[in-house]
Write a protein that binds this ligand. Structure first.
Ligand code: MRU
Length: 384
């Protein structure tokens, strides 16, 4: 059973509150673009593909429920483009959101320019947004299968011959971060479906614990008991020194044209660890995460998050109710001494950039890219 982050039907959108998971499973209603902006900014929903889909569907819901009458198709298209531009401002690093906004704006503009009226432009937008939700799951399944086969073909030799493989993943790239199945986690699911997964390790992922809160939850939910292990971010070098892993598999928030990859903070150090131990380092992402307009990692804007995300930890306080049964209250507690919050600086970038030299393969729904003899990824080939 996979967790369902996004529930949509025409005119209605609810999302699983990922700030309260795994302690509380609660869906929140997204009625319009303002709700979506706030949910994305606060990370109620997170993960590059999920952010883009929630933004697109939020506008679809807003338009479906709106009673405003527009004078022309062009006016409707203007409104759609303005709303999408607003949504793009919610989080800067993941490119999927701006990619979706660009494609959906074009759908609305093209319809208006073809002389369609406001209701038709609206309908075209809604259908295109709904298609993004459907396409994402299919893309993820393809990423999963391509990535699993590549890992087995490229590392299942020597003393690993024909044996199931163990892998490590970082952050959360599963059903919760996408429309379903997942990218890096999708590869783990596919390895398991092929009966080729021995063990999956996941990092807790500082600063916001998506690994222990979300990935550990997804792996524990989806894999047989005993097949998944959680480690802290600082244990990866030690783990790879002691256990034989086939690959470290991560997602991506933005892959630059040269292959440099922005992903959750800590990814870069995992790539260094993989190189040291001779373990394959695999990036799994849909082509919507590849930004051919960004030349290299130096040009990627890295989001800085608030200090309190590092200074506090959040978890459930479980108490027995007087009438019987348990009450679960999610609370935050400080990790530093009282009064220190203003005296200690906090560096809290949400993402880092892994240079292409440390990446062995970039897996997309279209297939697996490896570097050519000049040590270059030819990512433009994915868009011809
Ligand atoms: O800050 P987040 O939780 O949105 O960051 C998520 C990641 O870095 C994921 O690895 C990435 O978005 C890929 S999700 C399929």
């Amino acid at each position: 059973m996979s967790l369902e982050a996004i529930r949509y039907r025409r005119g209605s959108l609810t999302i699983l509150d990922q700030l309260r998971l795994p302690h509380v499973s609660e869906y929140v209603t997204i009625s319009d673009c303002r709700d979506a902006f706030s949910a994305i900014e606060r990370m109620v929903v997170r993960g590059a593909p999920a952010i883009a889909i929630v933004a697109a569907l939020a506008l679809a819901v807003e338009l479906s429920c709106s009673k405003i009458e527009y004078a022309s198709g062009a006016k409707m298209a203007d409104t759609i483009c303005e709303r999408l531009e607003y949504l793009v401002g919610s989080r800067p690093t993941a490119v999927n959101l701006s990619d979706a906004a660009r494609k959906l704006s074009k759908v609305a503009r093209d319809a208006a320019e073809a002389g369609e009226g406001p209701e038709q432009v609206k309908e075209r937008y809604i259908v295109a947004a709904e298609k993004m939700l459907q396409d994402d799951v299919e893309d993820n399944r393809n990423i999963g299968d391509h990535g699993a086969k590549w890992i087995l073909d490229n590392v299942n030799h020597g003393d690993l011959h024909m044996k199931p493989v163990s892998v490590l993943t970082h952050c959360n790239t599963g059903s919760l971060a996408t429309a379903g199945y997942g990218t890096a986690l999708g590869i783990i699911r596919s390895l398991h479906a092929m009966e080729s997964l021995q063990h999956a390790y996941c990092t807790e992922t500082r600063p916001y614990n998506q690994g222990s809160r979300l990935t550990a939850y997804e792996l524990a939910t989806d894999l047989p008991q005993g097949m998944a292990t959680l480690i802290t971010d600082s244990m990866a070098a030690s783990l790879l020194g002691r256990y034989q892993l086939a690959a470290i598999i991560v997602g991506a928030d933005r892959v630059a044209a040269n292959g440099d990859t922005a992903n959750k903070i800590g990814t870069f150090q995992l790539a260094i660890v993989a190189k040291y131990h001779g373990v394959k380092f695999v990036v799994a992402a849909p082509t919507t995460s590849i930004d051919m307009g960004t030349a290299s990692g130096n040009d990627i804007c890295i989001e800085q998050r608030p200090a309190h995300e590092v200074l506090m930890v959040t978890g459930p306080v479980v108490t027995t109710k007087p009438e019987g049964g348990l009450s679960v209250d999610v609370q935050s507690v400080a990790t530093i001494a009282p009064g220190m919050a203003g005296r200690i600086g906090v560096y809290n970038p949400s993402f880092d950039v892994t240079p292409k030299d440390l990446i062995d393969a970039i897996v997309t729904e279209k297939g697996v890219m490896v570097k050519n003899e000049n040590n270059e990824f030819e990512l433009a080939q994915l868009f011809v």
